[in-house]
Design a binder for this molecule. Structure first.
Ligand SMILES: [Zn+2]
Length: 412
């Protein structure tokens, strides 16, 4: 068991308060802080700080002893690498419109860019590793997101509600084909519109959205989002594309799972996010970063409908687990209300990252070593450690997130 120090990524859309407050640093931070990375991704691995002041990266630790750190089965299954990356994500402004590749697409895309000699850190590099990146985002505060194509029949209703004659011709594409083929046709048309056409179309869309919001129409929330995106990214085709996506407001503890090819854009809020250990993002707009529309179109999944909101399964007291099809990760929370200090045992024999998001917990290993984990604190539990027991401090309320490779995380 070792305490972790984690890298903060300063992307421009980040919050100046959320991550600093979680880590107990002065608020506001001098720069936006977007993501806290907990894991062993080569671009920014967590660090272990030893009592003598020396530091070691979690990546180096795992590489030096994969069987001991990950367990033999996990090390074999994932070729000696920690298969997941855990993040705290704090968005003050919308993130890019994006999707992530499937395993096969990532393998091919990475190989093609390697063969083309594009440096790994080049701005126009799409595939920074050969892995897919399914992800689960679980709200810590109210969290706003666009994810997955809305049922095209609902989108037709939305377009008909907007008083923008310039949109009528595009709506017809979907009326003629209210299915994934129609969505593909409309999205492809919009995302590839010449700038002059966009510059003529977007103002009338925004005017129509202003009117719809003023009249408290049935798509008020969707229209407000279009207006916010239009203001943040004037002239960006992603503003149009946002019209096609499901709009989510997640409450704390609610989550959505985004498989390969799901088009999404996080809008605002703080969340814990877990994903396969990859940084492969294909962007379609709403960003100053590299956008590659043809490659995005190649990986997108145009099937439409509701993306279910996951509230986790309570398979025993204190513990809620978010099951997904991703084999690389399993995310759980352990929560204690004030006055409840029942101990909770974690599983042994598997690697785990524990992140405290509320209160403080004491972590002990088979009754021996004990560590206090305050809010924002995190630790690494290698597979070779004995059973860890968590207990909240002084009868106060507490919450931790526990990330582990797919499988059962808790002793039952
Ligand atoms: Zn994403």
């Amino acid at each position: 068991m070792e305490l972790l120090e984690n890298a903060v990524r300063p992307y421009a859309w980040g919050s100046r308060t959320a991550i600093a407050a979680l880590l107990g640093r002065p608020v506001p931070a001098p720069h936006p802080e977007a993501e806290l990375w907990l894991g062993a991704h080569p671009a920014d691995p967590s660090r272990l700080v030893r009592p003598d002041g020396t530091e070691l990266s979690l990546l180096d630790l795992v590489e030096a002893d994969p069987a001991g750190q990950l367990g033999v089965a996990c090390a074999q299954r994932w070729a000696g690498r920690l298969p997941f990356l855990l993040k705290v994500l704090a968005a003050d402004e919308p993130l890019s419109l994006q999707a992530h590749p499937s395993a096969e697409q990532a393998r091919q895309g990475f190989a093609a860019e390697e063969a083309a000699g594009i440096p790994l850190d080049a701005k126009n590099r799409n595939y920074r590793d050969p892995n897919h990146k399914p992800e689960l985002v679980c709200a810590l505060t109210e969290f706003h997101a666009l994810a997955g194509f809305r049922d095209p029949h609902r989108t037709i209703e939305l377009l008909r509600c907007l008083d923008a004659p310039e949109l009528a011709g595009y709506a017809e594409l979907l009326v003629a084909q209210p299915d994934s083929a129609g969505l593909r046709a409309l999205f492809t048309t919009w995302i590839t519109l010449p700038q002059l056409t966009l510059d003529a179309l977007l103002p009338s869309l925004l005017d129509a959205c202003v009117l719809h919001v003023k009249e408290h129409g049935p798509f008020e929330v969707e229209c407000k989002t279009v207006l916010e995106l239009g203001e943040a990214y004037p002239g960006d085709a992603g503003v149009l594309a946002a019209l096609l996506l499901n709009r989510f407001v997640l409450q704390p503890g609610e989550a959505i799972y985004l498989p390969a090819g799901n088009l999404h854009a996080y809008l605002s809020g703080t969340a814990v996010e877990i994903m396969a250990n990859s940084d492969n993002v294909l962007r379609g707009g709403l960003t100053p970063k590299h956008v590659d529309v043809p490659e995005l179109l190649r990986v997108l999944d145009f099937s439409a409908g509701d993306v279910p909101v996951l509230r986790g399964e309570r398979h025993r007291e204190h513990v809620t687990t978010y099951h997904t099809p991703a084999e690389e990760f399993l995310l759980s929370t352990v929560a204690w209300p004030a006055g409840d200090s029942a101990p909770v045992e974690l599983a042994e024999g598997r690697p785990q990252i524990v992140l405290c998001t509320d209160g403080a917990v004491h972590v002990s290993l088979a009754g021996q070593a004990q560590t206090r984990l305050g809010r924002g604190g995190s630790l690494w539990l290698p597979a070779s450690d004995p059973v860890a027991t968590l207990r909240p401090e002084d009868g106060e309320s507490a919450q931790v997130f526990v990330a582990t490779p797919g499988g059962t995380p808790f002793n039952t």
